[in-house]
Ligand binder design. Structure first.
Ligand code: ATP
Length: 222
């Protein structure tokens, strides 16, 4: 049977990127034998407050964090697109660019998964990509009986239990992947920095150096 080349997509605000993001990407890449993981910084995320750092700063922090990992790629398409950054548009772009012969694997933490039905054209996401769901500390289980019925319906229709199932189709399946739980969030890092405290060892040193040099997330809301 044909095996589709698998490409991971991890979208986020990355305000800033931290080891929670990086470790999930690494473990999912290993579990699914992904050819690459594309980190997609959202320029203007629709469902949350505006990010603190400018899009170019957040992208640069991603670039620094993933340097040295040949499988990890900074995907800038949401920075180049005007308007609100919808994941569905990004997947349409990647699908057009990469063609029908790759399996796109959209990686979602369980906090993001629980809110999926609020995303623009959310049902289309599952037509363009597989959905790879990782439990995030504080983010609820996968699956979660508290999910909206429409999402639970998708889960029943699309769930699969083995990574091999994702290699057999370009999109359309949902797979839970167990990863090392890391209770790190960008908001916690911003709170530490804003209080003049150190976030060291929760994110790469290169990213922390960049934050300090560029005076991001300063105490007092700088
Ligand atoms: P914030 O605290 O500002 O909301 P965040 O830490 O949640 O930021 P995002 O950039 O919004 O980071 O997250 C992007 C994606 O990465 C989401 O799918 C989210 O669930 C996932 N993610 C972020 N941190 C973790 C973590 N520690 N473990 C698992 N998944 C994570």
């Amino acid at each position: 049977m044909k095996a589709f080349r698998r490409i991971g997509v991890l979208g986020g605000t990355f305000d800033p990127i931290h080891y929670g993001h990086l470790r999930v990407a690494e473990e999912v890449a290993e579990a699914l034998d992904l050819a690459e993981v594309r980190f997609v910084p959202a320029a203007r995320p629709p469902l949350r407050a505006a990010p603190v750092a400018a899009p170019e700063h957040r992208a640069e922090m991603v670039r620094l964090a993933i340097a040295g990992n040949p499988r990890f790629i900074l995907e800038r398409c949401e920075l180049q697109r005007p308007g609100v950054s919808y994941t569905v548009d990004t997947l349409e772009t990647l699908r057009q660019r990469l063609g029908p012969d790759v399996a796109l694997c959209l990686i979602l933490g369980s906090d993001a998964a629980a809110r999926l039905t609020a995303w623009s054209r959310w049902e289309r996401l599952g037509e363009l990509a597989h959905l790879v769901l990782v439990h995030r500390p504080g983010g609820g289980p996968v699956p979660d009986p508290a999910w909206p019925p429409a999402l639970l319906g998708q889960w029943e229709a699309r769930r699969c239990d083995s990574p091999a199932a994702l290699a057999c189709a370009p999109a359309g399946r949902m797979l839970p992947v167990a990863t090392t739980p890391l209770a790190i969030s960008a908001s916690f890092l911003r709170a530490l920095l804003g209080a003049g405290r150190s976030p060291r060892y929760l994110l790469p040193d290169s990213v922390l150096d960049y934050i300090e040099i560029n005076r991001l997330y300063l105490p007092g809301g700088g």
